[in-house]
Design a binder for this molecule. Structure first.
Ligand code: F6P
Length: 337
């Protein structure tokens, strides 16, 4: 059997570990041939395909990014769906056909989930593996990349404590997450953030000012505010800038902002992400061997399972008010909403 593998959307730690997991299981265990497609769906449009061998896999487990390259290219127009009369889907199908690919492994986030579901609907054999630092892929408890991003953000928050306390300042740190607050919530709790602001739960900026002033009254003249990039702001301001300006205005305290940015996506995956990525890669290959297509690999509790793409595509997994970490954060006075 011959399969193709591609990585699409933003990169994250653990993608290479998944590629390795798929290839080792497919080539060595099942005797399949694996073809790597460069730069996500763009590689299918450009016919940019190479055969992967066991020799291609050295050092992949710990390596950040994706050796296959990635892009955010979408092969079909959202408004038209997957119409075979469009040139892009037709080119994509031609590449799959020309290389004799009997299944396509798509490693990606929400956009990839949608595309994979459309491909499945059009009769292409696909298996999707969820990856994203944002942890917002619907259908899986955790995506690999998330744990690494949370570790990086937590370390950054840890480091802000000493400079915040030395200068008696308010430090606002903005973390990624797109429309979801998973990274802010988990790194904020792990890093001992005094205030955690996420897009899913509303907050009142006056209350935030009060929290900071009350901390001063209790002898704590500095505060760490962890803010998710997706919170609502005004005048197109970035989350950290908006919150820092509002806090300075409300409290009169000297406030500084840090935008952590792409550091959260770079570098080597944590042990948890390496293991999760490897397990997901192995499971995806097993699905292919059993000819179970049109499915997404998922972590449910501690089990690796799979779910039909048609049931999960087009949905976002957001933080909800009944999340246990939110409940604990509210008890501790650091979460709102
Ligand atoms: O999906 C991951 C993510 O890092 C988001 O948190 C962020 O908003 C987005 O990608 C930015 O990525 P890019 O600049 O590559 O589009």
């Amino acid at each position: 059997m011959r399969i193709g593998i591609l990585t699409a959307g933003g990169d994250c730690p653990g993608i290479n570990a998944t590629i390795r997991g798929v290839c080792k299981t497919a080539i060595s265990y099942y005797g399949m041939e694996v073809y790597g497609i460069h730069n996500g769906f763009r590689g299918l449009l450009d016919d940019d395909v190479i055969q992967l061998t066991e020799n291609s896999l050295g050092g992949l487990l710990t390596m950040g990014g994706t050796v296959l390259g990635t892009s955010r290219v979408k092969p079909f127009r959202k408004d038209r769906g997957f119409s075979l009369s469009d040139s892009r889907p037709a080119a994509l199908l031609k590449t799959i056909h020309d290389h004799g690919l009997e299944c396509l492994v798509c490693i990606g986030g929400n956009g990839t989930q949608n595309t994979a579901a459309m491909l499945a609907k059009a009769g292409v054999n696909v298996v999707m593996i969820p990856k994203t630092i944002d942890n917002d892929v619907f259908g899986t408890d955790i995506s690999f990349g998330f744990d690494s991003a949370v570790s990086i953000a937590t370390e950054a928050i840890d480091r802000l404590h000493s400079t915040a306390s030395s200068h008696q300042r308010v430090m606002v740190i903005e973390v990624m997450g797109h429309k979801a607050g998973w990274i802010a919530l988990h790194s904020g709790m792990a890093g001992g953030g005094d205030i955690i602001l996420i897009p899913e739960l509303p907050f009142n900026i006056h209350n935030i000012g009060d929290v900071i002033i009350n901390r001063l009254k209790k002898g704590k003249p500095y505060s760490i505010v962890v803010v998710a990039e997706g919170i609502p702001t005004f005048n197109g301001k970035k989350a950290a800038q908006y919150i820092a300006e509002e806090i300075e205005y409300e409290t009169g305290f000297e406030t500084r902002e840090t935008v952590l940015g792409y550091i959260q996506r770079g570098g080597s995956p944590t042990a948890f992400d390496r293991t999760l990525a490897t397990r997901m890669g192995g499971h995806a290959t097993e699905l292919i061997a059993q000819k179970q297509f049109g499915r997404m690999v998922a972590l449910r509790g501690s089990e690796i399972v799979s779910v039909p793409l048609s049931e999960v595509a087009g949905k976002l997994k957001l933080v909800t008010a009944d999340n246990d970490l939110i409940i604990q954060g509210k008890r501790m006075g650091v979460c709102f909403g």
